[in-house]
Design a protein around this ligand. Structure first.
Ligand code: F3S
Length: 432
């Protein structure tokens, strides 16, 4: 049975309100299932909430207070909304749709309005509307040792690995209850010993571009044993945050990894010994170029073919990436009848507007959208596509569960090329 502080006991007994009491009941049950002996204070959270498609089981006319109580707090009684934990900086993850662009993103106006009304309800409780799967681009940066919760798997990997913060890949209900109570079970990544590297990954492939890092993440995730903490070692240039973003998103597709040390790059792995606490890791794998090419063939459909739906921005693009897209599209037009969707978050789009990148991109016929993506918006938004090109391994791999049309996977340049030509051109692998 988890040990609670006096404040936590009062919360559980409902002294701080029924809303928080119900959330605390959930956290205590969660802790008991995990075998955690105590809770930790959580000071940052990102939540996958709003009118997400997982709520499609409810009639849209249902009161959101009832939905929220039932779905997130397991309460049959519809509770009044109340403030989330004051000490926890909470914001929304990737959302159900763009804020306003229903025509160009192919969702209903009803969904846009409902998403906005749900987000307003939680905003009144202290949850900021951000709608980003890359919250670190816009200031949500947990510092070393800070405890967080996040429902975005790539953000969990980035926050643990790159920032040295401490958090698990929680389910959406557990993360919501943690943000309401400001507590989560002290277990897994929240405990120092759970962060020790247990699988050495020797990298023997070229690692230069963001695409290389995307494929590496996917490949490590599928080749390493389950439930290990990997540490990557090899002779490669230091990756920047855009490369690490691709890596973090794809390793979390093929594995349950929450933390991946990279020797000489991440803060708990200045050396291999530091990451392993000086112990010999029980597991060791080597990743070759052939392994990465095999991953590519698992994600990208074969050959060349017509493409009329191109989505880039998985995970959401940084300002630097938007600048690069604008430079590539300057003075060009995408193929008539096709569409090019460029995904970022709202704050980054505002900076892109300011710099004129959005104008340049949209002059090509493309559309800059915020806060969501085709995988999260699901089938309705891409049902009309007859051939798709996508830049992130996470999105390209997952969208195959939602469509029967060819899905091609490549780097941003290849995807832009597909939008301009209306055709995917088979990738030719250079000799390494
Ligand atoms: Fe973000 Fe969607 Fe990719 S939520 S990480 S853009 S699949």
């Amino acid at each position: 049975m988890v040990h609670l502080t006096d404040k936590e006991k009062r919360m559980l007994e409902g002294d701080l309100g029924e809303f928080r009491g119900k959330a605390m009941e959930f956290i205590v049950r969660y802790a008991d299932v995990l075998g955690a002996e105590e809770l930790v204070e959580v000071s940052r959270a990102t939540l996958f909430i709003g009118a997400q498609r997982y709520l499609d089981c409810y009639d849209p006319a249902t009161d959101y207070g009832k939905i929220f109580s039932e779905f997130y707090l397991c309460s049959e009684k519809a509770l009044d909304f109340a403030r989330f934990a004051e000490g926890c900086k909470t914001q929304t993850c990737a959302g159900a749709c763009d804020f306003a662009e229903y025509r160009r993103s192919h969702v209903s106006k009803e969904l846009i309005d409902r998403n906005w009304s749900y987000l307003q309800a939680t905003k009144e409780c202290g949850v900021k509307i951000v709608e980003s799967c890359t919250p670190y681009y816009v200031g949500w940066i947990p510092i070393m040792g800070e405890h967080f919760v996040s429902t975005e798997s790539s953000n969990v990997v980035i926050s643990n690995s790159v920032f040295g913060a401490m958090g698990n890949s929680d389910g959406v209900e557990a993360a919501v209850c943690a943000a309401i109570t400001g507590r989560t079970p002290k277990w897994g990544m929240h405990v120092r010993s759970g962060r020790r590297a247990t699988c050495l990954v020797n990298v023997e492939c070229r690692l230069e571009t963001a695409f290389d890092w995307d494929l590496l993440g996917f490949t490590i995730g599928r080749l390493m044993p389950k439930h290990v903490v990997p540490v990557v070692a090899g002779d490669f240039p230091k990756p920047d945050i855009d490369r690490l973003k691709q890596f973090a998103s794809s390793i979390a597709v093929t594995s349950s990894t929450e933390l991946c040390h990279i020797v000489g790059v991440t803060p708990e792995a200045h050396t291999l010994e530091m990451a392993t606490d000086g112990r010999k890791p029980p597991y060791e794998i080597t990743v070759s170029r052939e392994d990465c090419v095999e991953s590519f063939e698992m994600i990208c459909d074969k050959g060349s073919g017509p493409v009329d739906y191109v989505s880039i921005g998985c995970p959401h693009l940084s300002l630097d990436e938007l600048k690069g897209v604008a430079e590539s599209l300057r003075g060009k037009r995408i193929r008539r009848g096709g569409e090019l969707l460029v995904w970022t978050d709202y704050a980054t789009k505002s900076m892109s507007d300011l710099n004129g990148y959005t104008r340049t991109i949209e002059d090509s016929g493309a559309c800059v959208l915020t806060g969501s993506c085709p995988v999260v918006m699901r089938e309705d938004c891409h049902r009309h596509a007859t051939g798709m090109a996508i830049n992130g391994a996470k999105q390209a791999f997952n969208i195959k569960n939602q469509t029967g049309v060819p899905v091609y996977f490549g780097d941003i340049r290849e995807c832009l090329n597909a939008a301009l030509l209306g055709k995917w051109e088979k990738r030719t692998w250079k000799k390494s």
